[in-house]
Design a protein around this ligand. Structure first.
Ligand SMILES: [Zn+2]
Ligand SMILES: [Zn+2]
Length: 102
């Protein structure tokens, strides 16, 4: 979730809460290592629980939500030029989630 999504969800549960409180608590949870930043091209930073297994993200253009994608592209090694050593990769899918695609 982005900070504004956390803010909206917190407001539904807690009622009155300020965006500064959301940012302050996100910072605390990041510092504690409980949260990690999800940085996607052209997107505001999002936050997810730290320590999850390898996964990617799907950005929905309809509702602006970001979903986890558990599978990974299988032919990334073939994309790597001969003699190069790939150390990490990012895969981001954009489109419409099942709800928005209806
Ligand atoms: Zn959607
Ligand atoms: Zn992957």
């Amino acid at each position: 979730m982005s900070a504004s999504e956390v803010f909206e969800n917190s407001r539904k549960i807690l009622g009155r809460i300020g965006i500064a409180t959301v940012y302050r608590n996100l910072r605390i949870l990041l510092d504690d290592g409980w949260l990690t930043v999800v940085s996607l091209p052209g997107e505001p930073n999002r936050y997810e629980k730290a320590g999850k297994g390898h996964h990617h993200h799907f950005v929905c253009h309809g509702c602006q939500r970001v979903f986890e994608v558990a599978v990974c592209a299988s032919d990334l090694r073939r994309m790597t030029p001969s003699g190069f050593q790939m150390e990490r990769h990012e895969v981001v899918l954009w489109g419409r989630c099942a709800e928005c695609a209806e």
